[in-house]
Design a protein around this ligand. Structure first.
Ligand code: PBG
Length: 326
């Protein structure tokens, strides 16, 4: 049937009808808020390239989490800035490490929060790379051993999910094995499966103080040119025991999210990363775009592409808008 019998605009005149036929709905259940925890007490360091985001000491982080929960966002993703760094990231492998201590403190005060712990070494190594350097290369097999130990201590602290973001080969298998051997067979792994070597991580590296001191991450993170390779990464992570797979960044990789959802029967997370967030903030501050409107459109597009979970620095602001709509 074609025009004039068919008029697609008929479904657009009434706002209630528009909602009735809406194909995609964003809710606070979809959102995860990333947070940065640093040493000290009563510390709230603004992250200049990410307006509205801070490095919090544990005491203030707990208060922040209470406010987040009150908006309906139920889950956070934690990154740590340690007191001291070392060559291998071993500083992140004990219950006294910054993120582990933060998890213990949050769980003590807040019962209904879901904590995803990022597993990586770049915040903890003096050189800023995601693993141990041997012969000028990030050594794969010794790094996954450290990551497995880091994961077990995060589980002991009370993390609800561990999320390896390092892009070493075989890390999901190593982490699954270590968790199971230590009695954490019920703890899910959210793997950063298709993580690209991206310019969009710039602001995060200020936030987490994790920029590589030499070279770049091109030998472990993926080439932005590749899509089939992302499917191979995802397939391997699923075989190794990933429960949720992630595509990162989100906005320039909506095609990867779409393919991941279409090709695999597994929950897909998308990370709307720091640079994506900061661009919206910067253009909004200049009044070049309607910041809130663009933010909601971006989050909806990530959901429409196929993401079940959206990790975003916009989580709280988006939740506040979603709450007003209901
Ligand atoms: C650690 C890690 C990074 C991000 C999340 N985990 C940075 C990187 O790979 O350099 C980026 C998140 C963001 O930009 O918001 N490996």
């Amino acid at each position: 049937m074609t025009f004039p019998i068919t008029r697609l605009r008929r479904l657009r005149y009434n706002s209630i009808l528009r909602n009735l036929v809406s194909e995609t709905t964003l809710t606070t259940n979809d959102l995860v808020m990333p947070l940065f925890v640093c040493p000290g007490e009563n510390v709230k360091n603004p992250i200049s390239s990410m307006p509205g985001n801070y490095q919090f000491s544990i005491d203030l982080l707990v208060e922040k989490c209470k406010k987040i929960i009150a908006t309906g966002v139920k889950s956070i993703l934690l990154f740590g800035i340690p007191e001291e760094k070392d060559e291998t990231g071993d500083v992140a492998c004990s219950l006294d490490s910054i993120v582990q201590k933060a998890i213990i403190a949050i769980k003590k005060e807040i019962s209904d929060i879901f904590i995803i712990a990022d597993v990586c070494n770049c915040e903890y190594t003096t050189h800023g790379h995601c693993g141990t350097i041997i012969d000028n290369d990030v050594d794969n097999d010794s790094t996954i051993e450290t990551l497995a130990r880091q994961s077990v201590t995060l589980a002991q602290a009370g993390a609800d999910v561990v999320a390896p973001s390092d892009m070493m080969d075989g890390r999901v298998q190593a982490i699954r094995r270590a968790l199971d051997e230590n009695g954490y067979e019920k703890l899910p792994i959210m793997a950063y499966s298709a993580k690209y070597a991206s310019g969009f991580y710039g602001p995060f590296r200020e936030a987490a103080e994790s920029a590589p001191k030499f070279g770049n991450r091109n030998t472990y993170q993926m080439n932005p040119a590749n899509s089939d390779e992302a499917m191979r990464e995802i397939e391997l992570d699923i075989q190794e025991g990933a429960d949720i797979v992630m595509v990162k960044p989100a906005l320039s990789y909506l095609d990867i999210i779409y393919r991941a959802k279409a090709e695999f029967n597994i929950p897909v997370a998308a990370y709307n990363v720091s640079g994506e967030f900061s661009m919206v903030k910067a253009a909004g501050e200049k009044d070049w775009i309607d910041q809130q409107r663009v933010m909601m459109e971006i989050l909806l597009s990530i959901k429409r592409a196929g993401a079940d979970i959206i990790i975003t620095y916009h989580a709280v602001e988006a939740a506040e808008i979603l709450n007003q709509q209901n």
